[in-house]
Ligand binder design. Structure first.
Ligand code: FE
Length: 231
């Protein structure tokens, strides 16, 4: 089976958010799609480990902010490579409240949807939530981000919790043109310098990037090694 066949499937890039009492949280999702028009109904696949999953399950509602093509990687990384258990992801971004009080992003966003869950399906690591649309809002006429654009043009990466994650989808660039030995995180722009190592994680000075442990992560954003490219 050639799982690269899956790469031909098309997606967008979204922030799916939910509210639980006074707390709000959101995460990147690429699997949001309309499945019925009367009433307008969408589905989204969310990893069971994620805080957003907990919030949608508890509240029965979710919102979708459809990201614009020019959304910075850092903004995507903020929602995609961090857990709402560690930080308030909406603390330093611009957002407005949907009629039900859920967050609609008001930056880097083309349009927003609010949905009420009418069914959910257990799918291994994920739950597919099916929601009828209770509100919809167009913010700009900017182009929406496609998943292909995110990967091919912006060199974005996918966390392991994504439904479409594939191992080695973006292996580190070969060392051919690299003379500095430095590698840069494409999510947060952090540069790994072998001369400095990563003392906080007991990586000694002089450790080349390819000798870092496979589970080493970006010290800033927590992105995996695959998110780094040679400078
Ligand atoms: Fe990073």
């Amino acid at each position: 089976m050639d799982t690269k066949a899956m790469y031909a499937l098309s997606y967008g890039l979204y922030v799916v958010a939910a509210k639980n009492d006074d707390r709000i949280n959101g995460q990147i999702a690429n699997t949001v799609f309309q499945i019925s028009s009367d009433p307008v109904t969408v589905a989204v696949s969310i990893n069971k480990q994620n805080l957003t999953h907990e919030f949608i399950t508890a509240s029965g509602k979710f919102s979708v902010s459809i990201l614009a093509q020019e959304t910075p990687l850092e903004f995507i990384g903020h929602f995609g490579f961090h857990s709402g258990r560690d930080l308030d992801k909406f603390a330093n971004v611009n957002w407005i409240k949907s009629p039900a009080g859920l967050p609609y992003l008001s930056e880097n966003t083309v349009s927003c949807l609010e949905a009420s869950v009418v069914d959910q399906i257990d799918v291994h690591t994920h739950t597919v939530f099916i929601g009828t649309i209770t509100d919809a809002k167009v913010l700009t006429n900017a182009k929406p981000m496609t998943y292909a654009y995110y990967h091919q043009i912006k060199r974005g990466t996918t966390p392991k919790t994504a439904p479409t994650y594939q191992k080695q989808e973006m292996p580190p660039a070969a060392n051919d043109s690299s003379s500095s030995g430095k590698y840069q995180c494409q999510v947060c722009k952090y540069i790994y310098d072998p001369e400095q190592g990563d003392p906080e994680r007991n990586i000694p000075l002089g450790t080349p990037f390819d000798k870092l442990p496979v589970d080493w992560k970006c010290p800033i954003c927590g992105a995996p090694k695959e998110a780094f490219v040679a400078l």
